[in-house]
Design a protein around this ligand. Structure first.
Ligand code: FAD
Ligand code: SF4
Length: 475
């Protein structure tokens, strides 16, 4: 270990820009064994490992780096998966630059971070290749059942943990596939679908039951589901697209991001998507403008590039330094030919029936607002227009009105519409109804969804054990 003084930081190579723009495959190549060992050996084995402190899952990073450097790859995997249900997903799409790697001590000292995400991906892929990842074998089946609403990372992590404890698990999802945003939001060039499907198949083999095309609120109510199960977990994510109310908003060819990304992901999965096939949701040959500066916006611009758009512009009201999206993704987008129009605020969509241009005001950054970020202020007489025939709005997501949707007026929500949840127990105001992931945090990250799912599983277990003990006393 401690070889950072002699060995330079190295990430797995990226595929050549011109080649990677031609398909939707992941852009990073894998580490070969020797590189993974070598790069892991750069770690200085800190007494207080800031990488671990800044990981929402408290992954035991220094220890599995050491095991990797020593070639003890099975143990490295076992340690890594003991705190994370999907290390191969986090290795690929966590914003490590804001979490573990951004806080690595040798990064702070100017030597370049240990490439933690790439090693995490390597040891998990190696475990899959060696058949070390197997389905859950329940030792003692329990008579209690848990209904999980939502098959995204929060629901899946909770399902796996609870099944490991022996409970009967049913996962309900309104989509036709499990995976949530891992399948229908995040594009293949960041996370290929087989990675998620492989995990889901394993959960099915382990006895977890999945009910697809099953929408709570439509196919059943929360109340009925509570009657069917001993505990419920709500992990439905956030899907209400934030709007900008501008003149011309109702013109054709202006789309919410999820509509565009879901169509593209479904096509990649081999589905028939009429609105894509007839060209409506296909960026090919179009002058695309994406509004927004987060991860979703980056996924939209890079998807448009791969669909052979004529030009792709990203409009964002702050500057590059103040973008909410991962800097790594912004860099990748720039490399792939996306043009960023910083400090610009959309004013009006123009066109006859279909959108033909976007009028934009220039922005200057003023004093910091209550969030600490400098407030965008419109510059006088700065208006200009951008020719476009496809607009994608990626302005973030809010929770749907769950109490109304679920027919559960007594389910309490916060002022932001997220479920009111006790973060110590993950329980909502309804007894035996727990919640996890974006629906309690607002739009967040996969790693936080996994953490919530795991925390909720621990609380649900406690709740069910209490129930079991009480029923024994009565008997
Ligand atoms: C385009 C995009 C890119 C992203 N990129 C990244 C990234 O690179 N890295 C990262 O860490 N995070 C990223 N995120 C965020 C991340 O995907 C989410 O934080 C995470 O998926 C939240 O997990 P979840 O389980 O709470 O919800 P979701 O993944 O949204 O899953 C919720 C599930 O609940 C189901 N559901 C909803 N309502 C009902 C109902 N009434 N009945 C039945 N089922 C229902 C949905 O169909 C869905 O399958 C991205 C998000 C988007 C939109
Ligand atoms: S902070 Fe960096 S050097 Fe320190 S233990 Fe973590 S990975 Fe190793």
């Amino acid at each position: 270990m401690l070889k950072f003084v002699k060995i330079n930081q190295q990430s797995p190579p990226k595929r050549d820009v011109d080649r990677r723009k031609e398909d939707f495959n992941e852009i990073y190549k894998d580490f070969i064994n020797e590189k993974a060992k070598e790069q892991s050996s750069r770690c200085s084995q800190c007494g207080v490992p800031f990488c671990q402190v800044h990981c929402p899952l408290s992954n035991n990073i220094p220890d599995w780096l050491k095991l990797t450097a020593e070639g003890r790859l099975k143990e490295a995997y076992e340690l890594s998966q003991s705190t994370n249900n999907m290390p191969e997903v986090c290795g690929r799409i966590c914003p490590q630059d804001r979490l573990c790697e951004g806080n690595c001590v040798i990064e702070q000292s100017g030597h370049g971070t240990v490439t933690i995400g790439s090693v995490e991906k390597y040891i998990t892929e190696n475990a899959w290749n060696n058949g070390w990842i197997t389905s859950i074998k329940v030792k003692k089946e329990k008579n209690f059942s848990v209904g999980i609403i939502g098959a995204g990372p929060a629901g899946l992590a909770a399902a796996e943990q609870l099944r490991n404890f022996g409970y009967q698990i049913s996962v309900y999802d309104r989509y036709d596939r499990a995976g949530g945003l891992l399948i229908y939001g995040i594009p293949n060039f960041k996370l290929e679908k087989f990675v998620v499907e492989r995990r889901i198949n394993l959960l099915k083999e382990g006895g977890i039951k999945f009910f697809h095309n099953f929408e709570v609120g439509k196919n059943t109510s929360l109340e009925k589901l509570r009657d069917q199960h001993d505990a419920i977990l709500i992990a439905t994510g956030v899907y209400k697209a934030r709007e900008i109310k501008l003149p011309g908003n109702d013109l054709e060819n202006i789309f919410p991001a999820m509509e565009f990304l879901t169509a593209s992901n479904k096509k990649g999965l081999g589905d028939k998507v009429e609105l894509f096939d007839n060209g409506t949701l296909n960026a090919e040959g179009k002058d695309v403008v994406v509004i927004g500066g987060g991860d979703t916006a980056m996924d939209c611009v890079r998807t448009s590039i791969r669909q052979n758009a004529k030009s792709v512009k990203c409009i964002y009201r702050r500057d590059k330094e103040n973008m909410p999206g991962s800097t790594r993704e912004v860099f990748n987008a720039e490399e792939e030919g996306v043009e960023f129009v910083w400090l610009s605020n959309p004013k009006e969509f123009l066109g006859k029936n279909k959108v033909e241009s976007l009028v934009v005001n220039k922005i200057k950054l003023g004093q910091p607002d209550e969030s600490g970020r400098r407030k965008p202020e419109i510059q006088k007489d700065s208006q200009f227009s951008i020719k476009t025939n496809m607009i994608i709005k990626a302005l973030g997501f809010d929770p749907e009105d769950l109490p109304n949707l679920f027919g559960a007026e007594d389910l309490k929500v916060t002022k932001w519409g997220t479920l009111k949840t006790n973060f110590d127990t993950m329980e909502t105001n309804l007894s035996g109804v727990f919640a996890a992931g974006d629906i309690i945090r607002g739009a967040s990250l996969v790693v936080w969804a996994i953490k919530d799912g795991r925390d909720a599983a621990i609380s649900i277990r406690k709740y069910l054990e209490k129930k079991e003990n009480e029923s024994k006393k009565v008997a």
